[in-house]
Design a protein around this ligand. Structure first.
Ligand code: THU
Length: 141
């Protein structure tokens, strides 16, 4: 399955996972030693990547998924079509609860998470599968 990038270049799932894997190598994870990378395609066909960024005050840590999402949103993206995440382990790493809530905020109708394991194996999840009946403010425009 492919999604077109801004330059109308189709990007395959395997390529998006590879971009996430490259971002994983930039993880700043001196406390957990657990390196995570993410790559997404937004509604404008742009690709953004992210890694986890830890902090000596552990609660200030940002997950790879949110790093990529916040980069996209801060550059004007509002809808995420596809997000790939990969970590150090063979078993695909699933997003934490906070990331699932953030994904729910910005997921496009056809959103897919590609949760990848270290050898490139992956599973697909819809937004609803990640966080059924997600919280939304009644006033959200
Ligand atoms: N982490 C992510 O970046 N994404 C996930 O989906 C799960 C956890 C990071 C946060 C922290 O730096 C490390 O993995 C251990 O929890």
């Amino acid at each position: 399955m492919t999604v077109e990038t801004k330059k109308r270049m189709p990007i395959t799932d395997a390529e998006l996972i590879e971009l996430a894997n490259q971002a994983r190598q930039r993880a700043y994870a001196p406390y957990s030693g657990f390196h995570v990378g993410a790559a997404l395609i937004d509604d404008q066909g742009r690709v953004f990547t992210g890694c986890n960024i830890e902090n000596a005050s552990y609660g200030a840590t940002n997950c790879a998924e949110r790093t990529a999402i916040f980069k996209a949103v801060s550059e004007g993206g509002r809808q995420i079509r596809k997000l790939a995440a990969i970590c150090d382990q063979e078993t695909p790493c699933m997003p934490c609860g906070i990331c699932r809530q953030v994904i729910a905020e910005f997921a496009a109708a056809d959103f897919e998470l590609l949760a990848a394991g270290s050898s490139g194996n992956f599973k697909r999840y819809t937004q609803e599968a990640l966080l059924p009946d997600a919280f939304v403010l009644p006033t959200k425009p």
